[in-house]
Design a protein around this ligand. Structure first.
Ligand code: UT7
Length: 323
């Protein structure tokens, strides 16, 4: 018998305000055509002044609990991936724990920027497989609108706010690729590339700072590293790409998503794409895409799914799971 971490509930939350590309045309030398052609993005959601990352995360978490038919105290832990926590500390995860009224267990944040959800899934899977926890809420939540330089057209048109949550539960499997749940993981980082995508603020500077990105450089690394990590995770699970039902990639750029699918030998019919509606929501993008993919009727129980992401660090990775 093998213990598997199986998804038993999920949900997402997007702030009410939808911002189309055309809204940037008034203040920046940019156009809807450029943004669509270079990134695939059409709209993104921005939190209002009163909404924080933990607020978005709490809304997604409540939906996931309702979807699973569970109460907050049925959870043993909350693992929350974010690079935009409300405060330096305490963790956004403990804020969600409090907002949900969860009176037991433990909660902490994981920070791996756009790869955060893949890192958080991997962490939660390890806690479940090692017997430390039976049920874990894994959340990706961001308010990247708070770290945008609104004068920098090369970054501020690309990002959005949102949150997605999944609940993982320990279930028995037979130990092969037919099991439901997380089948394999692959994590990587290379700090040599820390200067191509970073925020120029934090505890050492006395200000929150703004996101800075050498987009072309990040792009160059993305397709190659994403295809490699997805292949490593598929090898780990003992599966080939023709068995994959859905790639659920980090939603940064449609051209990166297409390039990676092509390298993996998969048609776009097997890729869940939400970048046009959400922009790049960093650690929130994969759980948002999973939740939307289920809502659309794309992802069904028993499907074999590969998630993959890359972001600041650089940090990247992939998870293979059966829904
Ligand atoms: O989630 C974390 C990981 N992040 C990513 O994966 C993002 C990776 N990078 C990208 O998605 C793309 O590199 C971008 C979408 C950021 C940019 O696309 P690109 O095809 O690499 O364009 P570029 O940076 O080479 O810029 C082309 C031109 C430049 O002008 P010149 O130098 O050719 O005259 C830019 O100044 O487009 C210009 N440009 C813009 N023009 C209109 C840059 N931003 C804009 C803009 N509107 N918003």
């Amino acid at each position: 018998m093998t213990t598997r971490a199986v998804v038993v509930g999920l949900g997402h939350y997007l702030p009410e305000r939808v911002v189309p590309n055309s809204e940037f045309e008034a203040s920046l030398d940019t156009s809807d055509e450029w943004i669509r052609a270079r990134s695939g993005i059409q709209n993104r959601h921005f939190a209002d002044d009163t909404e924080t990352t933990s607020d978005l995360a709490t809304q997604a978490a409540r939906k996931a609990l309702a979807h699973a038919g569970l109460a907050p105290d049925d959870l043993d832990a909350i693992v929350l991936a974010t690079s935009t926590p409300d405060l330096t500390f305490p963790s956004a995860a403990t804020m969600v724990q409090s907002a949900l009224g969860m009176t037991r267990g433990f909660a902490f944040d994981v920070q791996a920027v756009c790869a955060g959800f893949v890192y958080a899934l991997t962490t939660a899977n390890a806690l479940i497989v090692s017997g430390q926890a039976k049920r874990i809420m894994v959340i990706g939540a961001e308010t990247f609108s708070r770290i945008m330089d609104w004068t920098d057209r090369s970054t501020c048109v690309l990002f959005g706010d949102g949150a997605g949550a999944v609940i993982l539960e320990a279930q028995d499997g037979v130990g092969d690729k037919t099991d439901r749940g997380i089948l394999s993981v692959d994590l990587n980082s290379d700090g040599q590339h820390k200067d191509i995508l970073y925020v120029d603020g934090g505890v050492s500077t006395g200000s929150t700072g703004f996101l800075r990105m050498q987009g072309k450089e990040v792009f160059r690394h993305a397709v190659e590293k994403l295809a490699k990590t997805a292949t490593a995770a598929m090898d780990g699970a003992g599966i080939s790409s023709d068995e994959v039902d859905w790639i659920v990639p980090h939603q940064a750029n449609l051209r990166i998503i297409q390039g990676t699918a092509k390298k993996l030998g998969l048609s776009m019919d097997h890729v869940v794409v939400t970048v046009q509606d959400h922009g790049n929501t960093s650690a929130a993008s994969i759980p948002l895409a999973l939740s939307v993919g289920v809502e659309r009727g794309q992802i069904k129980q028993g499907d074999l799914i590969v998630t993959e992401a890359i972001g600041g660090g650089l940090a990247w990775g992939a998870v293979v799971l059966r829904w």
